[in-house]
Design a protein around this ligand. Structure first.
Ligand code: PLP
Length: 366
């Protein structure tokens, strides 16, 4: 007889959906019998890590029989210098995703109010639900921009947490410095602001800036999340970090962090990456120029595209996007059909290498 899970599992898990991580390259290859695949569904950086990072990974591979440094001290010191930010206010995660989970576990009680932007990065909502919190979504405007007035209004009311990405994923839009300042000023003083800057390095628009300086001036409790997964090309190693408003906040969050969450190779690769910023910036330039090219090609095909400061584009296919995504998948182009209510006709496509982008455009045109 099958054991009943009903009484065993926390009731918050009943309403949760499995994370939509998509198919792996191997799964796609074997399912569709394909050789060439353009993997444009996870906002990865097709250029990968710098050559010196790969060298460090090879040279330190024998150390993997040892437990990693639980406080990631080498990386912590280098990153603190790189950011000009206090060492003891940095927290590391097995990807910034884990930090979202750590934050939610540390601060959320059942029925707490959490505010986020919509369509959302799903984990901003899922980890909140897991803790029994209620999520309030501030939807983008019909022209795919952040609804500043609604965000300010929602932020002004007491909430345990205000969490959103700037630039925003999946839409790609962003708050300009004045608008970000207005949101930070409006935020209720009891609310923890989690500002997810996963695409910070790609956001070179003149009217974008990180929230770091404003938050330092403003006070309150806040965390800025960044990652080595996107611009730095280390998605497979899982390194994210949080810049916390105080060492006390960092210490509290550390209580729910597993002690060895950042593996040795990840620590080594991330520290070595910080010596290769020129390589990273070169990749950003390539991606941004490719982003304009892909956007122009999509416009030419008649699609309406949201402006993007990330390494991806979000566009309306004006038909259920899963069927289009399936058709593309059969040809070897993997994109992300959006599944959240109200956006089921949208696709998010990552900016890949020139060849991948060409393949995407050609497959889409067919
Ligand atoms: C990709 C992404 C992340 C996840 O980053 P990891 O460091 O790989 O966990 C976090 N937030 C947003 C908005 C993202 O798009």
């Amino acid at each position: 007889m099958m054991a009943d899970l009903g009484k065993l599992i926390r009731r918050e898990l009943d309403q949760m959906q499995p994370y939509n991580a998509g198919l792996s390259l191997d799964e796609i290859r074997s399912k569709y019998d394909l050789d060439v695949i353009a993997k444009l569904a996870s906002n990865e950086n097709p250029n990968g890590p710098a050559p010196e990072v790969l060298r460090i990974l090879r040279e330190t591979s024998h150390d993997v029989y040892l437990y990693p440094d639980g406080s990631a001290n080498l990386l912590r010191q280098k990153l603190a210098r790189h950011l000009d930010f206090p060492e003891d206010q940095l927290i590391f995660g097995n990807g910034s995703e884990e930090l979202i989970s750590i934050i939610c576990q540390s601060v959320l009680d059942p029925d707490d109010r959490v505010v986020t932007l919509y369509p959302s990065f799903s984990l901003h909502e899922e980890y909140a639900y897991m803790m029994g919190a209620n999520v309030e979504r501030v939807s983008v405007t019909s022209d795919l921009d952040i609804d500043l007035e609604a965000l300010i209004e929602a932020a002004a009311h007491p909430a345990k947490m205000l969490i959103f990405a700037n630039p925003m994923n999946p839409v790609g839009c962003w708050l300009n410095p004045d608008d970000l300042q207005a949101v930070i000023r409006a935020k209720h003083p009891d609310t923890l602001l989690v500002l997810d800057e996963a695409y910070y390095e790609y956001a070179i628009a003149a009217d974008y800036c990180s929230g770091d300086k404003m938050l330092l001036e403003n006070g309150g409790n806040w965390i800025i999340l960044r990652t080595f997964s996107k611009a730095w090309g280390l998605a497979g190693l899982r390194v994210g970090f949080g810049m916390c408003s105080s060492a006390d906040l960092r210490k509290t969050l550390d209580l729910t962090r597993t002690p060895f969450n950042l593996n040795t190779s990840a620590q080594m690769a991330a520290s070595a990456s910080l010596d290769a910023t020129a390589y990273m910036k070169g990749n950003i330039e390539k991606t941004i120029s490719e982003r304009s090219r892909v956007a122009a090609a999509l416009s030419k095909l008649g699609y309406k595209i949201a402006p993007s400061s990330g390494n991806f584009l979000f566009f309306d296919t004006r038909a259920p996007s899963t069927s289009l995504a399936d058709a593309l998948l059969k040809r070897g182009t993997v994109v992300k059909p959006w599944k959240q209510a109200g956006f089921e006709t949208f696709i998010r496509v990552s900016i890949g290498s020139m060849e991948e982008n060409d393949k995407f455009i050609a497959d889409l045109a067919r």
